[in-house]
Write a protein that binds this ligand. Structure first.
Ligand code: ADP
Length: 238
């Protein structure tokens, strides 16, 4: 497993400064949340790590290797979005195998990897269903299977649970953590939900208006919010 580091990342759109001198470490094999209110720059940072957009300044490193200018398809990341973005006309099997075929993995090897990924997300037996024949939670599991089937170096999750209702969301939180532990993937999870971040993560990084204002273990952040922002965001009056 490899860790991810970002150093002095800057990104703007016109006069809007979205990220300013952002440095953070995401440890190998850990589940790290990027927590912050809407508009704080979480998605932008995640997309820069994934290679979907380039930063104006700064560097992204995977296991010490500078990947800042390495294109998306060569970074070997798995990504899950809030909207599952499944192909509606394709079966579960075909949705998951799609990314493998694109990477030139076919036939028996592809079938084996898909079976492993579907087993990991507990969807074995539903291979021939279409997305519309699945619940929201099951659809999100397909999206997860599609992200992990390629054996990525890093798993990037952008508010993957926020479209689910409360109950399903709690179930999926437990599932996500199990899948992360079993796969051992270095995982970066974007959320605006502090409870979700604190319960799920090994480490939490709090982003506020384009700056990382605190990074630490959940208990640390809960007990010792370092800035007024962290305190107010965590609902603590101190
Ligand atoms: P978050 O994920 O924390 O809600 P985002 O990274 O999505 O925040 O966005 C941070 C800010 O950057 C917001 O003000 C958003 O409107 C702006 N922004 C994001 N993407 C673009 C873009 N492609 N063009 C212009 N502004 C953008």
């Amino acid at each position: 497993m490899i860790g991810v580091d970002v150093s002095s990342i800057g990104k703007g759109y016109g006069t809007l400064r979205v990220l300013d001198q952002v440095s953070a470490s995401f440890k190998a094999g850990q589940f790290t949340s990027l927590l912050g209110p809407s508009g704080s720059g979480k998605t932008t940072l995640l997309r820069i790590i994934g290679g979907f957009i380039e930063p104006d300044e700064g560097a992204v490193r995977f296991g010490g290797e500078d990947v800042t200018h390495v294109p998306l398809w060569q970074r070997k990341v798995g990504m899950v979005f809030q909207s599952y973005a499944l192909f509606p006309h394709m079966s579960v099997q075909d949705n998951v195998v799609f990314g493998l075929n694109r990477r030139g993995i076919r036939g028996e090897a592809a079938r084996r990897q898909v079976a492993e990924a579907l087993e990991m997300v507990h969807l074995t037996g539903l291979e021939q269903r279409k997305p519309r024949q699945l619940s929201g939670g099951q659809q999100q599991r397909v999206a997860l299977a599609r992200a992990i089937v390629t054996k990525p170096r890093v798993l990037l999750l952008d508010e993957p649970l926020s479209a689910l209702d409360r109950r399903l969301r709690q179930d999926m939180q437990i599932e996500l953590r199990r899948i992360q532990r079993e796969s051992g993937l270095t995982t970066i999870f974007v959320t605006h939900d502090q409870e979700e971040a604190l319960t799920l993560s090994d480490t939490v990084a709090i982003l506020d208006r384009g700056h990382i204002v605190q990074e630490g273990a959940p208990l640390d952040i809960y007990e010792r919010p370092r800035t007024r922002f962290a305190a107010s965001f965590l609902g603590d009056a101190n």
